[in-house]
Design a protein around this ligand. Structure first.
Ligand code: C2E
Ligand code: MG
Ligand code: MG
Ligand code: MG
Length: 286
């Protein structure tokens, strides 16, 4: 019995040490990432890559989603955005993304005949950036940009965490003429309630929800969801589409846009200009 007790205690101690070690490693990693982010803000260490959202009627990439990358590190935003949020660096990073995108939009729309629209991601923590709306308004003026070319993507969590404040903040953005998209719909609470309070222009259906409905032969459910949004006057983007069979299904269901590896991974600024007038659907039908 003594031996068993001893072994149990030893195992608990080991476990304890293991978790302590794991926790310490995580804290150290986060500290490192925080330093990397701070350095990137100071030394131009961020860049944006752009993923096309293909209009299924025209085959053209009418919108691009700007996605943040570190120039010198292979750390995904899934890892560094949470650190940016918890360390308070997100506001400054968010402003950098906003300014960079507005600059790009101003430049691109001088070069191209078809209007190019770009969406950026907005973290719930940025609701605390009280000066953001003035900042945004100033930039739009400075670059003389049609605000309708910029879209801000927000996830459902923004609506749960700070209801009234969030609604006011977002409607101010919408009043500037900037578009609002609800990102990752179906990944969280999926409250339809907020759709009437906030002037959304577009719905992006989360990759996992779309995949579940299409893979599990719940096409009727996907059809109903798309129809519901259409009845509210909202175009629908299917996120993360990788397979041809799902493109065909979504096209039949009158989904408006597809964003996914099937058409293109996010691309750098240099490649962006090349695919502006590309017909993605022609590729597929070949
Ligand atoms: P998100 O806004 O939902 O962006 C879409 C993510 O799905 C991107 O990942 C994109 O590369 C990925 N994706 C696109 N098509 C496919 C596909 O066919 N299959 C698969 N498996 N994935 C696909 P990424 O770039 O790693 O970004 C992850 C998340 O990080 C974003 O999700 C967004 O929530 C956040 N994020 C990225 N950039 C920013 C930013 O500038 N600011 C903030 N606040 N968040 C950002
Ligand atoms: Mg997004
Ligand atoms: Mg998304
Ligand atoms: Mg997503």
């Amino acid at each position: 019995a003594d031996t068993a007790m001893y072994q149990a205690k030893e195992s608990i101690d080991k476990n304890h040490l293991y978790y302590q070690e794991k926790m310490r490693n995580r804290l150290e990693t986060n500290k490192k990432i925080k330093e990397i982010l701070r350095e990137a803000l100071e030394n131009d260490g961020f860049k944006l890559v752009y993923q096309p959202q293909v209009n299924l009627r025209t085959g053209r990439a009418e919108y691009f989603e700007a996605l943040l990358r570190l120039k010198n590190y292979n750390i995904s935003p899934g890892k560094f955005i949470p650190v940016a949020e918890s360390s308070g660096l997100i506001n400054e990073i968010g402003r950098w993304v906003t300014e960079e995108t507005i600059k790009e939009l101003a430049e691109l729309n001088q070069e191209s005949i078809n209007p190019i629209k770009i969406s950026i991601n907005f973290s719930v923590k940025q609701l605390h950036d009280a000066g953001y709306i003035d900042f945004l308004e100033e930039l739009l003026k400075e670059y003389d940009l049609n605000p309708g070319l910029l879209e801000i993507e927000i996830t459902e969590s923004i609506l749960i965490k700070a209801e009234d404040k969030a609604i006011e903040f977002l409607n101010k953005i919408s009043d500037l003429g900037v578009k609002l998209a609800l990102d990752d719909f179906g990944n969280g609470y999926s409250s339809l309630k907020y759709l009437s309070f906030i002037n959304f222009d577009k719905i992006k259906v989360d990759r996992h929800l779309g995949k579940m409905f299409l893979d599990n032969d719940q096409k009727e459910t996907m059809a109903s969801l798309i129809n519901l949004f259409h009845s509210m006057g909202l175009p629908v983007v299917a996120e993360g589409v990788e397979e041809l069979v799902n493109y065909n299904l979504l096209k039949n269901l009158k989904c408006d846009f597809i964003q996914g590896y099937l058409f293109s991974r996010p691309v750098g600024r240099d490649k962006l200009t090349k695919i502006l007038n590309h017909n993605f659907i022609k590729d597929i039908n070949l």
